[in-house]
Design a protein around this ligand. Structure first.
Ligand code: AFP
Length: 323
């Protein structure tokens, strides 16, 4: 089945990229394969339930949040090319001791934590930046998304897949039973139009008026101003919703809402918004905060800063912007 397919290791080796970046990508891929095993083990791997700890986001950490954060942190800090790591689960970035460190890795080790105990899809999201030195400061992590040199996610679903960009398109690799990643989706491209949207409609009454107007028009279907019917999906794991959009088009929103008016949105810029935006743009889609402002152009001010998100099929994001 996979003998004639390109292995991820060979794809990475053939990249026109520095050896250090290749090493970082290989470490992330190997660690995601290990995380896949732990996720698949569920209760048998002690991977379900709460850890009893609260993270910097003031969210209750699941056991799997802590386990995967440790796995990625240890593997990356042991990679000579890594100068430091930052994580959704850590208050501050962790600076490494690699004298030749030249890259920063920022990650959400387990995206979709609320899905863990119900056996629904979860994932790992990773952003890679150049480090200005082998001993970076906390501020060195605050680079705009356009500075990323690679972005990838693993989605742990019926299949485990790793979707990667290094700036020359988007490719999908599927994990085999013997722990090898094989190219199964080359040159992923997002259709510019769609009939499928993803948003948590239970928050509808809290949205700003334009968002309410836009979603209401989708819900009116062919009887409404859009004159076509739409389908809705909400997996409660950004990584799974973005994967669906890369596979068959669509749009995803997590807008500002008035429940916490001082919070721009729920999703985090540095290790959710930026890596996903890099992938979406590389696949021909749009990734914005409001339908217009590109996520990749947002100037970071804090490691855990949040942003509103509107991304996916380009023409539908334009329609959202015009709502
Ligand atoms: P968790 O990792 O805390 O479950 O949050 C996942 C997430 O940040 C993102 O992956 C989902 O799209 C979104 O939250 C789901 O938010 P709701 O639970 O409010 O629908």
């Amino acid at each position: 089945m996979s003998a004639d397919r390109l292995r991820l290791d060979d794809h990475i080796a053939a990249l026109d990229a520095p050896e250090g970046l290749k090493a970082v990508l290989s470490v992330v891929a190997a660690t995601c394969a290990q995380i896949s095993d732990v996720v698949a083990g569920g209760a048998l791997a002690g991977a379900l339930g709460a850890s009893g700890q609260i993270n910097v986001q003031d969210e209750e950490q699941k056991k799997l949040d802590v386990m995967t954060d440790d796995m990625l942190t240890q593997a990356l800090l042991a990679c000579p090319a890594i100068a430091g790591v930052a994580s959704e689960e850590k208050d501050e970035a962790e600076i490494g001791t690699n004298a030749a460190g030249e890259y920063l890795a920022l990650f959400d080790p387990l995206d979709g934590s609320s899905n863990i105990d119900i056996n629904a899809p979860v994932g790992t999201i990773v952003s890679v930046l150049k480090s200005p030195s082998a001993t970076p400061t906390q501020g060195d992590f605050l680079q705009p998304g356009r500075q990323q040199v690679a972005a990838l996610y693993a989605v742990y679903g019926p299949q485990t897949m790793l979707v990667l960009t290094t700036g020359d398109g988007v490719r999908g690799f599927t994990l085999s039973n013997d722990g090898q990643w094989f190219l199964t989706h080359d040159a992923i491209a997002i259709s510019p139009d769609t009939k499928e949207f993803a948003i948590n409609v239970s928050n509808q009454r809290h949205w700003a008026e334009p968002v309410q107007r836009y979603v209401q028009a989708l819900l009116q279907g062919e009887e409404g101003p859009r004159a076509k019917n739409f389908n809705m999906r909400w997996v409660a794991a950004m990584v799974a919703d973005v994967h669906r959009i890369l596979m068959r088009g669509g749009v995803f929103f997590y807008p500002w809402d008035r429940r916490e008016p001082n919070k721009p949105g729920k999703l985090r810029l540095m290790y959710e918004g930026n890596p996903m935006a890099f992938l979406i743009e590389q696949a021909g889609g749009k990734a914005t905060t409001d339908g217009v402002q590109a996520i990749l152009d947002v100037p970071p001010t804090q490691l855990h800063q949040r942003i509103p998100v509107a991304l996916g099929s380009a023409n539908e994001i334009d329609a959202f912007a015009g709502a």
